[in-house]
Design a protein around this ligand. Structure first.
Ligand code: C5P
Ligand code: C5P
Length: 466
């Protein structure tokens, strides 16, 4: 079966249903997937309602409605098919739109999953868009939301650009006119909203001597090369600079990095901009910042706000979402500071830390991922916290770097194997980022198991390459 064939089957199934329920994940990819699917379905004249779930697991299974609607699972479902089967959900009532590792069940659910066809660098929103476009060509305007989902799930991070089917979807957005690509641009975050010194100082991917992690140093650097605030203390954003100004900055960064023999490999990346968004709602002007805004809604229990923004609400929902974003940024910073101040414990093949009930389980993984570059990036980080729905459980999040995945590490597999030993645990995700819920009393044994499994993964890779 090809991805196209699965996409066609899903589109047919959706178009022939009487009503649909979209059950989607709470992060940027889940929210953009939901918005693509529910807009395409309602444009087809089919009644649709949406439910967001933090993760499809035994504690949230009751949220799936017990009715005759077609259940469309997006950004999860592939790894939870046995659970759906055990709940008695029939295959004629299910479509799964996903990009996580699949664990099929006998029920034979229709699963549209790019990973099953070898496309690793596409998110659920990309798959959702392919189905929406197959349903009707008028849905091409929704390619923009698929770009946001792909960027939210970091599908561009390894190559610093979207590739494969995610790149084709990008071309649909460019063709439609609501997406613009700035190729091979400076690899910084916050090009539409962050004052330039902050954007340069706090972009994790590049290490500029005297500038990185030092906003005062960044200000001095800019002033020295003739780039100044637009008015007292108000610095321009990257998006608003002229080509000449950008050239001056990039050349000076290269000089500074080369003088200190820094690696320039990750200096440039593609940016995806949305010319249809107003500069007043600047957070929505590019895919990375738009995705962070959606994440801040979803991960703080207001995914429907993100959904409203994806559907075009630029007043009420946007205003509320801006407050969510402010809070999200503060809390992520607090997670990172907590990790740095407390310090992580180290086993032979991983770093770990327990944050108790200080932070919600929906954000600790993001904080841990962002802390990695300040820790020992050679080892994956495992962060534990109390499960917000069931304090007898511990939520695990793991993150690592592409270089570590290249050496054979697969966090999804490691967590799933470790979960097999403990009743009531479930895990999943990707090679580079994965999560699990485990019984609280199993924490110590679980970490040691994961450490041992990762050690085996390294050994396996090196014996394979001998
Ligand atoms: O459930 P899901 O796959 O959507 O979660 C993806 C999460 O994994 C992202 O929010 C991000 O924190 C993390 N991730 C990552 N690096 C990648 C891909 C995903 O840290 N390359
Ligand atoms: O929650 P967190 O951001 O750490 O999740 C990382 C990845 O692991 C996501 O793709 C998420 O969908 C997946 N995950 C999972 N099962 C869990 C927890 C997380 O598949 N129990």
């Amino acid at each position: 079966m090809s991805l196209d064939k699965d996409v066609r089957s899903a589109a047919e199934m959706v178009l022939s249903c009487k009503s649909a329920t979209v059950i989607s994940h709470i992060d940027a990819d889940g929210i953009s997937s939901e918005s693509i699917l529910s807009q395409a379905i309602s444009r087809a004249g089919i009644p649709v309602r949406s439910i967001y779930i933090r993760q499809l697991d035994p504690l949230t299974l009751h949220e799936i409605p017990d009715d005759d609607s077609l259940k469309i699972f997006s950004d999860f479902g592939s790894g939870q098919q046995t659970m759906l089967q055990e709940k008695g959900i029939r295959s004629k009532d299910v479509v799964i739109i996903d990009h996580h590792v699949s664990q099929p069940a006998d029920a034979g659910y229709l699963e549209v999953n790019c990973l099953l066809h070898g496309f690793e660098k596409m998110s659920a929103a990309g798959v959702a868009y392919l189905v929406a476009r197959e349903m009707d060509e008028i849905n091409r305007d929704l390619a923009k939301l698929a770009v946001i989902g792909n960027i939210g799930d970091m599908m561009d991070r390894e190559n610093l650009k979207l590739s494969g089917p995610a790149h084709e979807i990008l071309s649909d957005g460019v063709g439609y006119g609501n997406v613009e690509v700035w190729e091979h641009d400076l690899n910084i975050y916050g090009i539409s909203t962050r004052p330039l010194p902050n954007a340069l100082a706090y972009s994790d991917d590049i290490d500029i001597p005297g500038v990185s992690h030092d906003p005062d140093g960044a200000r001095r650097f800019l002033e020295r090369i003739g780039i100044r605030p637009v008015s007292a203390n108000r610095w321009p954003v990257w998006e608003s600079l002229t080509i000449e100004e950008k050239q001056i900055i990039v050349c000076s960064i290269i000089d500074q990095m080369m003088a200190c023999e820094k690696n320039l490999d990750r200096l440039f990346a593609d940016h995806y901009l949305f010319p249809d968004e107003s500069k007043i709602q600047a957070t929505l002007r590019n895919a990375s910042e738009y995705a962070t805004l959606l994440n801040s809604c979803g991960r703080w229990k207001r995914p429907e706000l993100g959904g409203a923004i994806c559907r075009g609400d630029r007043v009420t929902a946007y205003r509320e979402a801006e407050q969510m974003l402010k809070n999200h940024r503060t809390k992520i910073r607090e997670v990172m500071e907590y990790i740095t101040d407390t310090g992580v414990s180290e086993l032979s093949h991983l770093l770990y830390i327990h944050v108790g009930d200080r932070f919600p389980d929906t954000i600790v993984g993001i904080g841990a991922g962002m802390s990695l570059s300040r820790l020992n990036p050679e080892k994956p980080i495992l962060i534990m916290c109390e499960d917000s729905l069931d304090p007898s459980k511990t939520k695990i999040s793991m993150r690592t770097k592409p270089e570590v995945v290249d050496k054979g590490v697969d966090l999804q597999k490691a967590l799933c194997i470790a979960c097999e030993r403990f009743d009531g645990s479930s895990g999943g995700g990707h090679r580079i980022a994965a999560g699990a819920f485990i019984p609280r009393e199993a924490e110590r044994e679980f970490i040691e198991d994961v450490n041992r499994i990762i050690k085996q993964q390294y050994a396996q890779k090196s014996s394979d390459s001998c």
